[in-house]
Structures are given as structure tokens and as C-alpha cells.
Design a protein around this ligand. Structure first.
Ligand code: E4P
Length: 220
């Protein structure tokens, strides 16, 4: 299973990369806004994407903001030309699906984002998306079941041998990651806080404290 970090913050990308388990990065306009707020100035979108690509040996999703076919195609070409690691994030709307198909033919890889139903995911795979991004947390937020959505997509893709990779997004906690891994989702994209939480277990801390205590008295 690949681990992506869900951020536009360079320090967070570096921290996750230095853990040695980072396979890629996802960004979106809201994460760009957050990075700008933290920096106290408007971060240049293209420069930030290139900087992230230089830090990571893996796919970096950069999202278009156009909602027409022509607009998406134009933005996608510019983004894809920034760096070989760029995967263009395209929203799951009619114009987006048309663009995913056309970009596929041009050899530009896409991450189809804002997926909230198995049928949407089926259409995205048929159009030739490299990744499909179901938003687990946002589905849970409306008292529905994000994990079940992910399970349905993985099952449907397996049934028909689609090569589109399932990228579990909008992940809020480690249980989302465990469930995604259980069902064989290809990728989980997580905020840095969740990546760090994957390591935590109270018995590890208690066990380590005991070992260190025993070592102190033994070697004293
Ligand atoms: C990543 O590709 C998505 O844009 C992101 O995971 C959405 O997360 P959120 O629902 O926490 O904003």
C-alpha cells in the first residue's frame, strides 16, 4: 500500500519523507490556501508544486480549478508540463470525465477527485483515470459510510480488472487507513498527523519505559 501525504506544506512533506515511508503527495486548492495562510503570503501554486515534486520520488497531485472541458484541458497541460511527477487532479463532473479521457489519450495522468459513489468511480475508471479518490471522511461527515464506499469501489474494480488505482482520501484517523489496507486499496493519502498516529500504541510506550528502567538498574 502506498502512503501519500495530503498537504501543500513543504515542512510537512519533508518530515514525512524523512520517515522513509512516503510514496507521494496530494494537494488541493484548500490545502494551497492553508499553506498561504501559514506562510503569511500567497504561495505561488506552480512553484509550490515543483518544489514538492523535487522533494518526493513519487506522484504529486495538482488540481485544476477550471470546470469546462477546454479550461480543464488547458490547465492540465500546463500542470503536467511542470514536472514528470505531476498527476493532474480533475473533479468528477461531466466535463471532468471528458477531459480525463482526452488527457489519457495525450498521455497525461489524472487523479479523479471528489468521488462519493461507486457509480462515479466506475465511470472514472472507464474514462481512464490513473487514480480515483473517494473521500472517506466527508462521507462519514454526513452520517454515511466512507469505508463501505471504498470497499464497493475496490470490489467493482476487481470484478472488471480496471487498472485505475484506488486512492483513499479525506482520511481522518488510523482506522480509515487500516480499513483501506484490509480491503487492498492501492493508496491512502493522509495528513501528517494521521501518518504519525499510525506509529502509536500505548503498550509500545509502556514496554519501552520498562525496558529502559530495567536496563538502568541492571547496568548500574
Ligand atoms: C485529497 O486528495 C483530498 O483533496 C483530501 O484528502 C480531502 O480531504 P478533506 O476532506 O479532509 O478536506
Amino acid at each position: 500500500m502506498k502512503f501519500f501525504i495530503d498537504t501543500a506544506e513543504l515542512s510537512e512533506v519533508l518530515e514525512a519523507r524523512d520517515m522513509g515511508v512516503l510514496d507521494g503527495v496530494t494537494t488541493n486548492p484548500s490545502l494551497m490556501k492553508k499553506a498561504s495562510e501559514r506562510a503569511g503570503r500567497a504561495v505561488d501554486f506552480h512553484t509550490r508544486i515543483v518544489d514538492i515534486c523535487e522533494m518526493v520520488d513519487g506522484d504529486v497531485s495538482a488540481e485544476v480549478t477550471a470546470v469546462t472541458f477546454d479550461g480543464i484541458m488547458a490547465e492540465a497541460r500546463v500542470l503536467a508540463a511542470l514536472h514528470k511527477n505531476v498527476v493532474v487532479k480533475v473533479p468528477l463532473i461531466l466535463e471532468g470525465i471528458k477531459a480525463i479521457r482526452a488527457l489519457r489519450i495525450e498521455g497525461i495522468r489524472t487523479n479523479c477527485t471528489l468521488c462519493f459513489s461507486p457509480m462515479q468511480a466506475l465511470v472514472a475508471a472507464k474514462a481512464g483515470a490513473q487514480y480515483i479518490s473517494p473521500f472517506l471522511g466527508r462521507v462519514d461527515d454526513i452520517a454515511s459510510d466512507g469505508v463501505q464506499l471504498l470497499k464497493d469501489i475496490v470490489t467493482i474494480y476487481r470484478n472488471y480488472g480496471f487498472t485505475t488505482e484506488v486512492l483513499a482520501a479525506s482520511i481522518r484517523h488510523p482506522i480509515h487507513v487500516v480499513e483501506a489496507a484490509r480491503m487492498g486499496a492501492h493508496v491512502a493519502t493522509m495528513p501528517l498527523g494521521v501518518i504519525k498516529k499510525l506509529l502509536l500504541h500505548p503498550l509500545t510506550d509502556i514496554g519501552l519505559a520498562r525496558f529502559l528502567e530495567d536496563w538502568k538498574s541492571f547496568s548500574a
